[in-house]
Write a protein that binds this ligand. Structure first.
Ligand SMILES: C[S@@+](CC[C@H](N)C(=O)[O-])C[C@H]1O[C@@H](n2cnc3c(N)ncnc32)[C@H](O)[C@@H]1O
Length: 280
């Protein structure tokens, strides 16, 4: 794997995805948000049902693939920022399937002693990440749920890698828009904040439909309603609330392409906001 993105288009790497390591009968029949995102990124770890649902979204919002690349580019810039400011522990919650420019590759290129814990609640994403990242140093993959932060923080593989008395970057990148308000994502984020040491960082990106026409927005949400998680876009004001207790670094909560741009990706279409906060 390399730390730079390849120029890919949605569906560039279609396959039968049997290598995705799906477990559980029928896992491939229901569109899965991790594998739909893999398809948007041009990956090959997706099944026919994922591709069909992703293509429906691409018909509604044709620049979804570019927007996914923009999100990944934000992630790379943000974790590089954290590593360059001395953070050496990364807890990537909702990490998804490994792709090019993974967090451990970026941060270990800055500081080889950086440790990364990848977390996802999806057994397919976890199985596949374990298979692909098996040889990566100072990197572990844990199955865990953002909505149950205490279980996550006390998981033996997390406590073995992350020292909560030292600064840690908590990554919640393109994951909170799969957690409805009824499941109290704000409390989960606050719990993670309170468990981490001063100087810790929150790296967050989140889908918005601010400015999107209502009918296509409604149609895209209907597609996700049939998938493994509902889509919960939020307004900028509601996304900002996740940073309670953090000082946002410049430029604040910004459109993803506008957060400390470094020239990539080429088109920079943003479907969401992102920011980095530092815990006082
Ligand atoms: C769109 S992908 C984002 C992947 C990666 N963070 C990125 O931005 O490139 C969202 C991921 O969040 C995971 N996810 C959704 N809800 C979750 C939860 N409650 N706990 C842990 N992972 C979750 C999904 O399984 C999926 O892999």
């Amino acid at each position: 794997m390399t730390s730079e993105p390849a120029p890919t288009a949605p569906g560039a790497g279609e396959s039968d995805a049997t290598s995705a390591g799906a477990t559980g009968a029928g896992a491939e029949n229901r569109p899965n948000v991790a594998r739909m995102y893999d398809y948007y990124l041009g990956g090959c770890h997706n099944f026919a049902a994922d591709r069909a649902a992703a293509r429906q979204v691409l018909e509604i919002f044709p620049d979804t693939g570019v927007a996914a690349q923009t999100n990944r580019a934000f992630l790379r810039r943000a974790v590089r920022y954290a590593a360059e400011r001395g953070v050496r522990q990364f807890l990537d919650i909702g990490a998804g399937l490994p792709t090019q420019g993974n967090v451990h590759e970026v941060v270990q290129s800055v500081a080889p002693d950086s440790r990364v814990v990848y977390v996802d609640y999806d057994e397919v994403a976890v199985a596949h990440a374990r298979r692909l990242l098996g040889d990566a140093t100072r990197t572990v993959v844990v199955r865990g749920d953002l909505r149950r932060p205490d279980e996550l923080l006390t998981h033996p593989d997390v406590t073995a890698s992350i020292d909560l008395t030292r600064p840690v970057a908590v990554l919640l990148v393109a994951v909170l828009h799969f957690v409805p308000d009824a499941e109290d994502p704000y409390a989960a984020v606050a719990r993670l904040r309170d468990a981490t040491a001063p100087g810790s960082q929150l790296v967050l990106s989140h889908l918005t439909l601010d400015g999107a026409p209502p009918l296509p927005a409604q149609r895209s949400r209907a597609v996700y309603q049939q998938s493994t998680a509902p889509l919960v876009p939020r307004t900028r004001a509601d996304i900002l609330r996740f940073f309670d207790g953090y000082d946002l670094v410049e430029p604040g909560l910004a459109w993803l392409a506008d957060w400390r741009p470094d020239g990539e990706p080429r088109d920079g279409v943003s479907h969401g906001f992102g920011g980095v906060g530092v815990r006082a």
